[in-house]
Design a protein around this ligand. Structure first.
Ligand SMILES: C[S@@+](CC[C@H](N)C(=O)[O-])C[C@H]1O[C@@H](n2cnc3c(N)ncnc32)[C@H](O)[C@@H]1O
Length: 236
């Protein structure tokens, strides 16, 4: 099994090919919310934000934000110390409901949805800089050339980039194959192991981030399932 994981393998995920309203996609996104909870992804992201973002941010962008449930869980952990954040939730699928926007508003965060492919969005001119760009279970969709191009586009837009991704390891792969036990559907049972095989180890992401003067990079595993990456111009 370790040999199977030695190299990243990026393959199409079924969810990416389904329309937002497809019942199999809706069920798989429900699975994703439970998987995020099992992996404690929101807690891990909140901890990285607290440790690595020096001042309360005014503007945060999440790329590959899905239905916004993950970032809402993060906001619930952060909103007391970080009030009045302007949050942009970008995803190529149109999944952010008015109810979700209201849930952020109840925490004092003003959220807006942008429906766009991130690569196409980056080619548009005139983006405002943000204080933080975040990504959860998103980077693993792309091969190294795609990630290098993504990072080159994101780099001028932010001082801090934080990602929480699948860890490419035997324990995570074995766990991803047991998701039938929580009632995961066929889409999730395909996509979860595919995500682990496309996940990260070591310093694979660090090598792809465009270095600048004084950039601080931290890349490491947290627990058996999560691989984290932080790039910041303002190390604390
Ligand atoms: C595994 S889901 C994670 C969603 C969310 N971050 C979460 O944790 O629930 C990956 C998301 O990336 C989106 N996505 C994939 N490729 C994209 C692209 N090129 N541009 C924007 N979004 C993309 C998909 O639509 C999907 O919602």
């Amino acid at each position: 099994m370790p040999g199977q994981l030695a190299l990243r393998r990026v393959e199409p995920e079924i969810l990416d090919g389904l329309s937002a309203g497809d019942p199999r996609a809706q069920a798989s996104r429900r699975d994703l919310r439970r998987i995020n909870a099992l992996m404690i992804q929101a807690g891990i992201m909140a901890r990285l934000l607290r440790r690595r973002v020096a001042r309360p941010p005014r503007r945060i962008l999440e790329i590959g934000a899905g239905d916004g449930a993950f970032m809402l869980a993060v906001a619930r952990r952060m909103a007391k110390r970080w009030p009045r954040v302007e949050l942009t939730l970008l995803d190529r699928a149109d999944l952010i409901t008015g109810l979700r926007i209201d849930e952020f508003a109840a925490l004092g965060w003003r959220a807006e949805a942008v429906t766009a492919d991130v690569f196409e969005w980056l080619t548009r001119a005139g983006h405002q800089r943000v204080d933080v760009i975040a990504a959860n279970l998103f980077l693993h969709h792309f091969d190294d050339a795609g990630l290098a191009s993504l990072f080159a586009g994101l780099r001028p837009l932010t001082a801090v980039f934080i990602a929480t991704e699948p860890r490419r390891g035997a324990v995570a792969l074995a766990a991803s194959r047991l998701l039938w036990a929580i009632g995961a559907n066929d889409v999730t049972l395909h996509d979860a192991p595919a995500s682990v095989r496309a996940g990260f180890v070591g310093a694979e992401l660090s090598g792809l981030w465009p270095r600048g003067d004084g950039a601080f990079i931290e890349e490491r595993d947290i627990g058996p399932f999560t691989h984290t990456f932080v790039a910041t111009d303002d190390p604390r």
